[in-house]
Write a protein that binds this ligand. Structure first.
Ligand code: FE2
Length: 162
């Protein structure tokens, strides 16, 4: 069965370079996971790719969440909840992948989740958040890109716990 590749479109643009490049990287990862799973009998490769994807999602969400806190985002709790359920979904899928005989099933589910859920999340929630961040940074006369870089390096220094 042919898997749908994920493609980047302009309506996914948040206007914030760091966030956009992380979203693009995420889509690239999912595509390579979808590609490799089509030919893979090598379940170890798939498991490794998936756990990297889970790590990456966690890191990316934490960057967004740290930015929300730094700029007092009023919809933080709601956005964080959405992230948490996505984290759980990915974790559950990784577990299924480790135990299931059918990798194909997991790949179809992943594809569905990304196309129907993650892309929509970017279009609605992330764009709303990024517009807020940009206007807050402007009000505070801060350079948002530099501030986000600081958040990211702080996150890595802390060893990944947001
Ligand atoms: Fe988000």
């Amino acid at each position: 069965m042919e898997q749908e590749r994920i493609t980047w479109k302009n309506d996914l643009d948040t206007g914030i370079q760091l966030i956009d490049s992380q979203h693009k990287e995420f889509i690239r990862l999912v595509n390579s996971l979808l590609d490799s799973s089509l030919k893979a009998d090598d379940s170890q490769t798939l498991v490794k790719a998936f756990s990297f994807l889970r790590y990456y999602v966690g890191e990316h969400f934490s960057v967004e969440e740290s930015a929300m806190i730094a700029y007092g985002y009023p919809f933080y709790a709601m956005h964080k909840n959405i992230h948490d359920s996505f984290r759980e979904e990915i974790k559950a899928m990784e577990l299924t992948l480790r135990t299931s005989v059918s990798q194909h099933e997991v790949v179809i589910k992943l594809n569905y989740l990304i196309v129907n859920w993650f892309m929509n999340h970017i279009k609605v929630e992330d764009r709303k958040l990024c517009a807020y961040l940009a206007s807050q940074a402007q009000d505070r006369h801060e350079e948002l890109g530099g501030k986000l870089d600081q958040i990211v390096s702080y996150f890595f220094k802390k060893g990944g716990a947001a």
